[in-house]
Design a binder for this molecule. Structure first.
Ligand code: C5P
Length: 227
């Protein structure tokens, strides 16, 4: 059967990855979480003290980009691929609020984007891919057959993310999470290189009041019309 490229973009914590994983599983497609790649670079920058609350040494990060190898490995028990940095599983480490608080700054750096976009294009070159992020339908795969743009109110998204982090045992407040969601929305939409914008041919889905099943059914229906 003909395979297509499915690009799912949108604001932080819209639940893109949850539905994207399910769609990929249903279709037997590869799923790529591009946010995890920007998070991995951020984690690397934090570990090497290139970024913290008071400074960001962009030059040092750019100079050492060649030392960063990001990969994904499918975890049978979890049912999805986890992210690895230079062969080490960092799936849990990249999901903290601390990484979230720096990732949008790291994602403004054109050299970082260039490297990651190249790798993403390679991963999806044979189609049969569901990729989620901020610039998939606009920059990574502007020719994607199906483009979805997910939205939901900042409060809805912060509530979901707060629940997720609390369940994992992270000691964060709802206000901190809401602040982070709004801050990332702002930086992601206002950066000069590949800002978060809805592609003109993307279909917008506001999932504030949609269950996961309803989102899944809606996207699957769109896939069937795109095939
Ligand atoms: O999707 P997730 O929330 O994990 O993404 C983390 C951050 O990575 C985003 O807030 C954004 O700054 C950056 N990102 C990006 N381009 C992508 C995916 C993520 O700039 N394609």
């Amino acid at each position: 059967m003909q395979k297509i490229t499915i690009a799912i973009d949108g604001f932080s914590s819209t639940g893109k990855s949850t539905v994207a994983k399910q769609i990929a599983k249903q279709l037997g497609y590869i799923y790529v979480d591009t946010g995890a790649m920007y998070r991995a670079v951020t984690y690397f920058a934090m570990q090497n003290k290139y970024i913290d609350k008071s400074h960001f040494d962009i030059e040092a990060l750019v100079t050492s980009l060649h030392n960063i190898r990001i990969s994904f490995k499918f975890n049978e028990n979890l049912g999805f691929a986890e992210v690895y940095l230079n062969g080490i599983n960092i799936e849990k480490e990249v999901r903290t609020l601390e990484v979230s608080s720096f990732v949008s700054q790291v994602a403004t750096v054109p050299e970082v984007r260039y490297q990651l976009v190249k790798q993403q294009q390679k991963m999806g070159k044979d189609k049969g891919v569901v990729m989620d992020g901020r610039d998939i339908g606009t920059v990574v795969f502007p020719e994607a057959e199906l483009k979805i743009f997910m939205t939901a109110s900042a409060e809805t998204r912060a509530t979901r993310r707060f629940k997720e982090l609390s369940e994992r045992g992270d000691n964060v407040s709802y206000d901190e999470v809401l602040h982070n969601v709004k801050e990332r929305d702002y930086i992601d939409s206002h950066r000069a290189d590949s800002p978060l914008v809805k592609a003109s041919d993307a279909i917008e889905i506001d999932n504030s009041n949609l269950s996961l099943q309803e989102q899944f059914d809606k996207i699957l229906q769109l896939v069937n019309t795109a095939l």
